[in-house]
Design a protein around this ligand. Structure first.
Ligand SMILES: Cc1ncc(COP(=O)(O)O)c(C=O)c1O
Length: 380
């Protein structure tokens, strides 16, 4: 199988933080779809979508997988399927991509932000209980950077309070938790296939679940709340994945083991090269977890955002596409300041100190060594 990468202009000037791994096979499969003239899955008759759903469910080891047209759609649809509505509350981290809380706000519910564990950057399970009220419906943890959230630690809390766990696994394709694929222990998991992710369909997403009832509801919401055509039973949307995207997804799913292996090799080499730099907190892979290595994120332990940004500027000058995920926690963004009253010291500190390094499958061993050496020199 060809793993030739179609390189963007940026590749020549800078080692990008991520790069879609698109080869000849993806191009061939998309061409086949175009020639077939079956472009949509409007009535559940899209062969590529059907195949992709089956293959992804197998990959994540869940009973069902429902393909959608973005990770954001997968989150919104899952919250609707879980019955979240106006006046409800959903527990989320603030240290994540905005879509996690945005999907909550779209349902009319209130995102209730909970602080992170400073070692994993994921929501701290010990802080969840105190955020629960009578209005809480869902706990929505995120597998940040590709490291699974501690779902088992949330299961008891969820059961005691009759809550649904919706895992935002947008960044975690290929990650493992307690010997199982990330996502398969939650009631629902949401995935993104945005261009930068461990596998991509350009834009796209998936919802996985073991519940027959939720699967049926999700499929209905995906197509205007219909069970059969032109007859809406519940409020829905058009969140369908196009056949072209599913065709790319089918090929990417066969290649993801190679992508993951290369990400892991690169991450391990980066750790080896940087392990003696005491100013840097390197990413952790706790016992029982297998990181998906979507992002290799380091932390300047005692730096301010100004110093971190200055170091990043110098690294970019050396052709290294470093990036911050995420410099503004969601609760501090202008729109989300309406949800007042959150004290999240670990989130706010991490947002000032972290930055991520390129380790995607196209980054070579020499480039990893170059990136590490440049960091060491710049810090000196
Ligand atoms: C944690 C997280 N949640 C949700 C999303 C939203 O996914 P998408 O961009 O496919 O809508 C993303 C991706 O960008 C993400 O990283």
């Amino acid at each position: 199988m060809s793993i030739t990468v179609v390189k963007g202009e940026i590749m020549m000037k800078m080692i990008p933080i991520n790069l879609p791994q698109i080869g000849e096979l993806e191009i061939e499969e998309v061409t086949k779809v175009l020639k077939s003239c079956i472009l949509t899955d409007r009535y559940g008759n899209g062969p590529m979508v059907k195949k992709f759903e089956g293959a992804f469910a197998k990959f994540v080891r869940t009973k069902h997988a429902v393909a959608v047209n973005s990770g954001t759609a997968s989150l919104h649809m899952s919250l609707l399927a879980a019955g979240v509505t106006w006046g409800d509350e959903v527990i989320v981290p603030s240290f994540t991509f905005v879509a996690t809380a945005e999907a909550v706000a779209l349902t009319g519910a209130k995102p209730v932000f909970v602080d992170i564990d400073p070692n994993t950057y994921n929501i701290d399970p010990e802080k969840i209980e105190e955020a629960i009220t009578k209005k809480t419906k869902v706990i929505l943890p995120v597998d940040l950077y590709g490291l699974s959230a501690d779902i088992s630690a949330m299961n008891d809390i969820a059961q005691n309070h009759d809550l649904t766990i919706i895992e935002d696994a947008a960044q975690a394709q290929g990650a493992m938790y307690k010997n199982k694929p990330s996502g398969c222990l939650a009631n629902i998991a949401c995935w993104s296939f945005y261009a930068s992710k461990n596998m991509t369909t350009g834009e796209g997403g998936m919802v996985t679940t073991n519940s027959d009832e939720l699967d049926e509801k999700l499929r209905s919401i995906r197509t205007h709340g219909e069970k059969k055509e032109y007859n809406s039973f519940i409020l829905g949307h058009n969140y369908r994945m196009p056949e072209i995207e599913a065709a790319i997804g089918n090929v990417q799913l066969t290649r993801i083991p190679i992508f993951l292996e290369k990400r892991r090799t690169n991450a391990e080499l980066m750790t080896e090269e940087l392990k003696d730099i005491t100013e840097l907190q390197l990413p952790t892979e706790p016992l029982g977890y297998k990181h998906g290595w979507y992002l290799y994120t380091v932390r300047l332990r005692s730096a301010s955002a100004t110093i971190r940004n200055e170091i990043m500027r110098k690294l970019r000058e050396q052709g290294i596409g470093v990036a911050v995920y995420y410099s503004t926690p969601i609760h501090l963004m202008p729109y989300y300041r309406q949800f007042v009253g959150f004290h999240l010291p670990e989130t706010e500190k991490a947002a000032q100190q972290v930055f991520s390094l390129p380790i995607h499958p196209s980054v070579t061993v020499n480039q990893i060594k170059y990136i590490a050496a440049s960091i060491i020199n710049t810090l000196e």
